[in-house]
Design a protein around this ligand. Structure first.
Ligand code: HEC
Ligand code: HEC
Ligand code: HEC
Ligand code: HEC
Ligand code: HEC
Length: 474
């Protein structure tokens, strides 16, 4: 009897849950512009970077079979907060030294641009943004250990101030700037002593490195004759180390944590050595503004290019959405090894990784090319068919040699199923479907022109279990 009650309870709650998740009219996507923001904790001797975080949000009104989705701005508003992290003054001594360092006196817990740890985001073109959130890596509940991957909560409201949706994504911050803890320098005072001959230098601190050394990160132009900050720091240290985590956060934080890391790339593969980060500036590279690009010929190629003369984090692609809305921020390209980075896309499409499920925004699977011109796969129910089992019925031709594979499967148990294709190394190559199916037989055509020759595995998984079928592309 108990068992039966539980069973009914489940049936009663499921449609309710789905109504809450799937029938929503709006998709709220939020992210941070960088995979990591660094900030000093102690400003009494030196300031490399102040507490300064940025968030962006896009609101999408979901489409359906007859309407395209729409990116919304006018008439809507967005707030931000970092639950569990409500103050910064005292977690860092930034406000004690901010006037000496930056010549301005924001109130405690207010950052250099006048914003605090919670507030309203500004509308800009087709998105909302906030710059300069003075966040520290210390939530209210732990003032000792760094928590670099806290979640920001972004809420969207309509003109009548009704909450229309919300999202959470990582607001990354680390104070692991480890000149001393790396074992390289004895003390911060020791670093200052190396500058004692420089006029205008504050021998006992505090010093803003970027006040004399031009720095595009802080928008300073520096004093004449002083090397650009990135060139000075990488140039001076390139002879001692090629380990980026001696300074960039770091052995504990592991800020580079994304799909590119999983694929085996090192910092140096994309940026060159420490010495080359500096020598490229001597050769004319603008630090912070000219960085590696996804679309270079040896990488992903021109179909995956950021906008001309813009960085990845500044670029928009499909439907006017930022690259980061679907892919995450630089060095945090989803899927990443930090569960919080993956949360947003898991919430919307059910799995980690780039936002690839058309129906999240379109409500349906459009029968037209989507992001980067890729064609979605149409699922056709075979009329009048009866399912006797849950399984693949056929995958043909196998081997495939004319750029197309037909997959046919049957489902006796209706429910939510995914059809994915993996290569022999277990890397996901395509998402053919992820939707609710009623009982019956289905067919779909996978376009294989972009696939390398080799063995692949089609996988159908859901309520009734997981079923696979191998096929060969010649
Ligand atoms: C008051 C201006 C001033 C400030 C503030 C300042 N620097 Fe410098 N820095 C200079 C000048 C000028 C030089 C070049 C001196 C020389 O060549 O001997 C220099 C040289 C350097 C170099 C060596 C570059 C090389 O290739 O040899 C490094 C590294 C450096 N600074 C780091 C820093 C850091 C880190 C800070 C912040 C703690 C900082 N500087 C703050 C003026 C400044
Ligand atoms: C797969 C290539 C790749 C790897 C590996 C990589 N980077 Fe980057 N890095 C980039 C790209 C691309 C950008 C520019 C981001 C943009 O266009 O918005 C960038 C930008 C940066 C910036 C400027 C700030 C920012 O985020 O835009 C820093 C600092 C940086 N990288 C440091 C590192 C360090 C340190 C490592 C290793 C721990 C590393 N990168 C590994 C590609 C890479
Ligand atoms: C000695 C410490 C140190 C080491 C080692 C170091 N960095 Fe940096 N890096 C810094 C600092 C400090 C900044 C911030 C400079 C600024 O504010 O402009 C920076 C900024 C950068 C930037 C942004 C500015 C630019 O030039 O575009 C990139 C990219 C970068 N580092 C890449 C790397 C990579 C890749 C490595 C390892 C191969 C590395 N760094 C090793 C200290 C270091
Ligand atoms: C609406 C979501 C969306 C937006 C916006 C978007 N992409 Fe994509 N991106 C995808 C999907 C889905 C794929 C996989 C399909 C494919 O490989 O063609 C993909 C694939 C990629 C890949 C290849 C990665 C791989 O796994 O092989 C790169 C690189 C890429 N995108 C870069 C970008 C850049 C740069 C921008 C901004 C100019 C951007 N994307 C905007 C959804 C998006
Ligand atoms: C993150 C949300 C999102 C996802 C995911 C998404 N789209 Fe879109 N798509 C949009 C928006 C927004 C537009 C812009 C509609 C307009 O104003 O024209 C758009 C436009 C389109 C258009 C119209 C032509 C164009 O490129 O502007 C097509 C076709 C399309 N999408 C197909 C797809 C397909 C196929 C997929 C899945 C592979 C997909 N989209 C995934 C948001 C999305």
């Amino acid at each position: 009897m108990k068992r039966k009650l539980l069973f009914f309870g489940l049936i009663a709650t499921f449609p309710f849950l789905f109504a809450g998740v799937l029938d929503q009219q709006y998709v709220i996507l939020g992210w941070n512009d960088l995979g990591m923001h660094c900030a000093n904790k102690n400003f009494s001797k030196m300031a490399i970077l102040p507490p300064y975080n940025n968030l962006k949000v896009q609101i999408i009104q979901k489409g359906d079979a007859s309407t395209m989705p729409m990116v919304l701005t006018t008439g809507y508003s967005v707030t931000y907060e970092v639950p569990g992290n409500t103050y910064s003054d005292g977690k860092t001594n930034f406000w004690t030294y901010v006037n000496q360092l930056f010549g301005v006196s924001p109130a405690p817990n207010i950052g250099l641009t006048g914003v605090g740890l919670t507030g309203n985001m500004d509308m800009l073109n087709n998105h909302f943004h906030v710059e300069g959130i003075p966040l520290t890596p210390y939530p209210d509940s732990d003032l000792v250990n760094e928590h670099p991957y806290q979640l920001a909560l972004m809420k969207a409201f309509d003109a009548a101030n009704n909450l229309i949706g919300q999202t959470r994504n990582v607001i990354p911050v680390s104070a692991e700037i480890s000149c001393v803890s790396s074992g390289c320098h004895g003390s911060e005072q020791g670093i200052l002593n190396a500058h004692e001959s420089v006029t205008g230098f504050n021998a006992n601190g505090p010093n803003l490195c970027a006040s004399c050394h031009a720095d595009n990160a802080l928008g300073t132009t520096g004093t004449p004759g002083t090397p650009i900050f990135s060139k000075a720091i990488h140039g001076k240290h390139g002879g001692y180390t090629n380990n980026c985590y001696k300074c960039h956060p770091g052995p504990n934080t592991q800020c580079y944590r994304d799909a590119m890391k999983t694929a085996g790339f090192t910092c140096q593969d994309c940026h060159g050595s420490v010495a080359q980060v500096a020598s490229s500036i001597t050769a004319g590279r603008q630090p912070w503004l000219q960085e590696p690009s996804c679309s270079s010929a040896t990488c992903h190629g021109s179909a995956y290019a950021p906008e001309p003369n813009l960085l990845f984090r500044q670029s928009k692609g499909h439907g006017g959405l930022f690259c980061s809305a679907c892919h995450g921020s630089p060095h945090a390209i989803v899927p990443t090894t930090q569960p919080n980075d993956n949360l947003q896309n898991i919430t919307y499409q059910g799995w980690a990784g780039k936002l690839a499920l058309c129906s999240v925004c379109h409500g349906v699977t459009p029968n037209m090319p989507g992001p980067h011109g890729a064609m979605p796969t149409a699922v056709n129910e075979i009329e009048g068919s009866i399912a006797t089992d849950n399984s693949f019925v056929s995958v043909y031709p196998n081997p495939a040699n004319d750029g197309q594979v037909n997959l046919q499967f049957q489902l006796k148990d209706p429910g939510n199923y995914k059809v994915l294709v993996f290569d022999i190394n277990g890397r996901q190559k395509a998402i053919l479907a992820h939707q609710d199916f009623s009982a019956g037989q289905y067919s779909m055509k996978l376009n294989t022109l972009a696939f390398a020759k080799g063995t692949y595995i089609a996988r159908l998984s859901g309520k009734a279990g997981t079923f696979t079928r191998k096929f060969l592309i010649e």
